[in-house]
Design a protein around this ligand. Structure first.
Ligand SMILES: C[S@@+](CC[C@H](N)C(=O)[O-])C[C@H]1O[C@@H](n2cnc3c(N)ncnc32)[C@H](O)[C@@H]1O
Length: 233
């Protein structure tokens, strides 16, 4: 991190942990669940499902060996972890918020795949281990460039294979307004969506020793994200 930066990783994590264990948990758990939602949030749920389908397709195309181990960094309520486990992958599901990890575990038990998932309350900056692939969806969108670069570097070091992740590219002004306005309660507005410039994305790749193999913009109603596949150089 640059010495002139005002970004404080610990403070940022504290804020995210508190948000995703509180209001954020309720908001996101309902978006990722089955209950009836407003039209706006329904499009977010649907867009997120489109993104996950595409990410799963990309992962499948890589033909990783049977029983491969995947780290789901920032697993939320476990949607992708459970899908992976149901399809024969071994999964490490990590989230900064204990509430999210508990919910993932409950859902995995309900689906009978808990034995294939190792749950851990931890951050994307501190989690350890080597996996065949790392996935990280709609987590780095909460990171400004300095934090993004460090977190991405750590994630890249956790696999010899792909990192499949999403982020918010810099020019998505409208999407940003929708996100901020629609999903964060006024008192939690510090948890805004953080846009990353191409320059900072290149820097993150360079510092992590990774290259971009594939990218796809996913835009569906009020859900906008960039899905990325990066590999070691
Ligand atoms: C918008 S949700 C996405 C959840 C899941 N990846 C999905 O797409 O269904 C963001 C998740 O990232 C988690 N998170 C945020 N910052 C994190 C960090 N530094 N380390 C680990 N998890 C984090 C939150 O607790 C939350 O569960």
């Amino acid at each position: 991190m640059s010495s002139t930066s005002s970004f404080n990783a610990e403070e940022h994590q504290k804020m995210l942990r508190s948000y995703f264990n509180g209001n954020g948990f309720n908001r996101w758990a309902s978006i990722y669940g089955n209950e009836k939602l407003s039209t706006v949030r329904t499009t977010v749920r649907e867009g997120h499902a489109v993104m996950m389908d595409r990410a799963y397709e990309w992962l499948q195309r890589l033909n990783l060996p049977d029983d491969s181990a995947v780290l789901d960094a920032g697993c939320g309520t476990g949607l992708f972890s459970i899908r992976l486990a149901e399809n024969g992958y071994r999964v490490k599901a990590v989230d900064i918020a204990a509430q999210m990890v508990n919910k993932s575990r409950e859902e995995a038990i309900a689906k009978g795949v808990q034995d294939r998932i190792d749950f851990e309350v931890n951050t994307i900056e501190s989690v350890k281990g080597i996996h065949d692939a790392v996935v990280c969806f709609d987590v780095l969108i909460h990171y400004p460039a300095e934090g993004f670069i460090d977190a991405f570097k750590n994630l890249s070091g956790l696999t010899r294979g792909p990192v499949i992740f999403t982020y918010a590219p810099y020019n998505r002004i409208l999407a940003l307004q929708h996100w901020i306005g629609g999903f964060f309660p006024k008192k939690e507005r510090r948890t805004t969506i953080q846009m990353i410039t191409d320059e900072n994305m290149n820097k993150a790749m360079e510092e992590a020793g990774m290259v971009i193999k594939n990218r796809e913009k996913i835009s569906f109603g009020f859900y906008h994200t960039m899905l990325m596949h990066a590999e070691r150089k």
